[in-house]
Design a protein. Structure first.
Length: 265
């Protein structure tokens, strides 16, 4: 299994996951052209995509879903609440396949499990994707880490987890108080210390790579996140930080890791 965060942040989110030649997108918050360009830059042809999975209806996750679905005849998987709430943005889809939050479904070779997260939308989810060899977990846009979330993200080899804001930067930053409140609420986004504790709770010998994602451009910075990861002295997985402007590396969860424990960004 391979995965790549094609971009992440409040201006757009899209992650590519592939196994056995079958490619899936989790969210598409960039234009169709931009998704194609970013995939090409990591050596993936957009024709490999077989479906789009949607986490929730915010524009930074769905703005490109409708165009991609129509242009490349891609089915879109979402729960009915998200489909309804995102309706005007998604417009007509090539095909819509509803799932039920908490119930697994299959897009061979993947078994996909959508689980509930805490965010200010109708029925937001994170996902685990299992191809029988590897397990990948995706969870951003959650204001808190529930036991349910922790339960589902256990035993993954690859993880994409939210690390949204620094509390001081948020407090002293450009956002009005009401928006700050929204971000800090339990249905908002995870602050750096919460995110680090989240990752620490997910550590196990098989965990190979963690991407910290949805890093705020106004209320956080990559150097600060790197520092917090270093301070936490977590051993084992490789860490990388997702960017808004460009894709991260295409991570192969099946190939042997290079470098020592915990090194590299
Ligand atoms: Zn978002
Ligand atoms: Zn959101």
């Amino acid at each position: 299994m391979r995965f790549c965060v094609l971009g992440s942040g409040s201006k757009g989110n899209c992650t590519y996951v592939e196994s056995n030649g079958v490619g899936l997108l989790i969210d598409a918050g960039f234009s169709g052209i931009e998704v194609g360009r970013r995939l090409a830059s990591v050596g993936v042809e957009i024709e490999q995509i077989r479906a789009i999975l949607v986490t929730h209806e915010h524009g930074d996750h769905v703005s490109g879903v409708g165009v991609l679905s129509r242009k490349y005849q891609l089915p879109v998987y979402a729960n009915p609440g998200t489909r309804l709430a995102a309706g005007p943005v998604l417009d007509k889809l090539h095909a819509f396949i509803p799932f039920v939050t908490g119930s697994s479904f299959s897009i061979p070779p993947f078994t996909i499990h959508p689980f509930a997260i805490a965010h200010d939308t109708v029925d937001p989810v994170g996902f685990t994707l299992d191809d029988g060899h590897c397990r990948f977990g995706y969870c951003t846009d959650t204001g808190m880490v529930s036991r349910l979330i922790q339960h589902h993200l256990q035993r993954c080899q690859g993880l994409v987890l939210e690390c949204n804001h620094d509390l001081e930067m948020l407090k002293n930053g450009p956002y009005p108080p009401a928006l700050q409140q929204r971000i800090r609420s339990k249905n908002g986004h995870l602050a750096n210390p919460e995110a680090i504790a989240f990752v620490q709770g997910m550590l196990h010998a098989g965990l190979r790579h963690v991407v910290l994602a949805h890093i705020s451009q106004s209320n956080n910075c990559h150097d600060l996140v790197r520092l917090e990861v270093e301070r936490s002295a977590m051993m084992g997985p490789q860490f990388s930080l997702a960017c808004q402007e460009k894709p991260g590396e295409l991570v192969d969860l099946a190939s042997p890791p290079f470098g020592g424990a915990g090194d590299g960004y």
